[in-house]
Write a protein that binds this ligand. Structure first.
Ligand SMILES: [Zn+2]
Ligand SMILES: [Zn+2]
Length: 135
């Protein structure tokens, strides 16, 4: 008999179907990021401190780019590795979440070894420098 987990209850999206180890980890990661209360709290903190919500990697600002519809929109990325199924149930601290735009969030998961915020930031800097050189 299969154990019923938090991941099962929330359901899988098509992109993440399949149960290889890496994908299961990704699901757990995403499940963890779907705690609306903690993301809300974090957004409020950022708004109070900086007056806007910007991506920690590329500084994208949904409000500045899309206008009113982008107001208050940003994604939360859990920065600690999820090492076991048990970890899903551990408390998530505001400090463990980075606010990122949707593009950067996807890029963080692009490779099996997930990138850290700083690694992605570095890749972005390198890519920008390279494209400037080729102009
Ligand atoms: Zn970004
Ligand atoms: Zn994430």
């Amino acid at each position: 008999m299969r154990k019923f987990t938090e991941v099962d209850r929330i359901g899988f999206t098509e992109d993440y179907e399949g149960l290889t180890e890496g994908k299961l980890k990704l699901k757990q990661h995403l499940v963890r990021e779907r705690n609306p209360e903690i993301i809300k709290l974090l957004k409020e903190r950022y708004m109070q401190r900086y007056g806007k919500l910007i991506c920690k990697v590329c500084e994208f600002d949904f409000k500045a780019r899309y206008g009113d519809i982008g107001e208050g929109y940003i994604e939360g990325h859990y920065t600690k590795p999820v090492s076991s199924e048990k970890a899903v149930y551990e408390a998530t601290m505001v400090e463990d979440i980075a606010l990122v735009c949707s593009n950067c969030h996807r890029m963080l998961y692009r490779k099996r070894h997930w990138l850290s915020i700083n690694e992605l930031k570095q890749l972005l800097t390198n890519a920008v420098n390279t494209s400037e050189l080729s102009e």
